[in-house]
Design a protein around this ligand. Sequence first.
Ligand SMILES: *Cc1c(COP(=O)(O)O)cnc(C)c1O
Length: 382
Amino acid sequence: MEFISYGKQWIDDDDVEAVITTLKSDFLTQGPAVKDFEAAICEYTGAKYCVALSNATAGLHLAVSALGIKEGMEGITSPNTFVASANCLVYNNLRPVFADIEKDSYNIDPVEIRKKVTPETGVIIPVHFAGRPCNMNEIKRIADDNDLYLIEDAAHAIGSNYPDGSKVGNCKYSDMTVFSFHPVKTMTTGEGGAVTTNSKELYEKLVLLRSHGITKDADKLKENHGPWYYEMHDLGFNYRITDVQAALGISQLKKLDGFKKRRKDIITKYNSAFSNYDWIILPLVDDSDPCFHLYVVLIDYTAIKTTRSAVMQKLKDHNIGTQVLYIPVHTQPYYMDKFGYSWGDYPVAEDYYNKMLTIPLYPRMTDKEVDYVIDNIRKMVQ
Ligand SMILES: *Cc1c(COP(=O)(O)O)cnc(C)c1O
C-alpha cells in the first residue's frame, strides 16, 4: 500500500488544463482570473463580495485590520486552532484572548465566550473546526449584545452548511469569513485564501490593503496628475493571489460538491466501522451539514494499553498517516511568554488535545484504502 496521508489535494486534468491556459495567457497575475475566482466564490457562498489573496493568514490579518479596532484592545478566538487564528490579532496589536471549546463539537463554546467579553473586547474570531460550523446563532447574539465585530475563520469549512441550510461564507452571521486554499484543505490553489463580506466598505478596505494600500480609482484620488497616477492611502501589503492560482481555484471550486460527497461517503464508512468500540469517540452528529476537512476521533489510549505516539508509529509503519490537531495555541511558548498563558488555562481544549487523532480523509482515497485504514485501526486493540 502506498503511503496514505491524513489529507491531500486532488488535482485532475481539468485543473492542469486551466493552469496551462492561464500560463499561456497575457496575465500571470492581476488579470481576469482573480476577479472570476472571486465572483465564483460569491456565487457559491452567497456573499456579496469576495477578496482572494495569497493565503488565509493574510486574509485574517487584513480582516482584523479592516475593522480598525483600537490598538491594545482584545480579540477572542478558540485555543483549538492553527496559530494563524490568534496571530492575526497580535499583528494588529490586539491582545489575544481564548475561550475554551465545547466538549462534543471541539468548537469555541459560546458560554465561555460570554465569560471572556470585557469592555476591551473588539472582535470574536470563531473557528469552524474540522469544517463543523460553530454555534453562530449564539455567537452572533453575543456580538450583537456587546457591539463586537465577528470574523469567521472558515479555513476548514468551505462547502459546509449551517443548520439553517445556508452556506458558510455567506456572512449572514458575521462581518467577514476567511477561507484557506492550502493543499491540505478541502480545495486548493497551491497557496491561497479568500475573505467574503457583505459590506462594501470592508470590501474596499480589503482590496486596498491587499495591494500596498494603493488605489488608482479616479473617484477616490485626492489629486490626479494623469493616467499613470496612483495614490497610497493606507499602509498595505502585497498579499495578492496570482491568476495562475485563481485559475486553479475556479476549476477546483467546480468540484467542491463532489469532494464533499466523497468525504461524506468515507466518513459514513468510518462511522459504521468504529461505532461498536467504547475506546473511541466518533465525530458528533448535529444539525449542520459540514464538509469535513478532518476526520477527528478521541481515543482512550490507556484503555487499549498503548500511547498515542505508539499508535501513530504503528500506523505509520503500515503507511498510514495521522495527525494531531491542534496543540492548544495558548500553550505555544510565544503565547505563554508574551501573554502569560499557561497549561491549565483552557482544560477542555487541553483534554481534547491529549486524546485526539485525525485519520486519513481526502476525496481521492479509494474504498480499498479506506478499508485498509479501518482494518489497521481495529488491529490496534487486538
Ligand atoms: C490553515 C489554517 C489557516 C491558515 O491558512 P493559510 O492559507 O495556510 O495561511 C488559518 N486558520 C486555520 C484554522 C487553518 O487551519
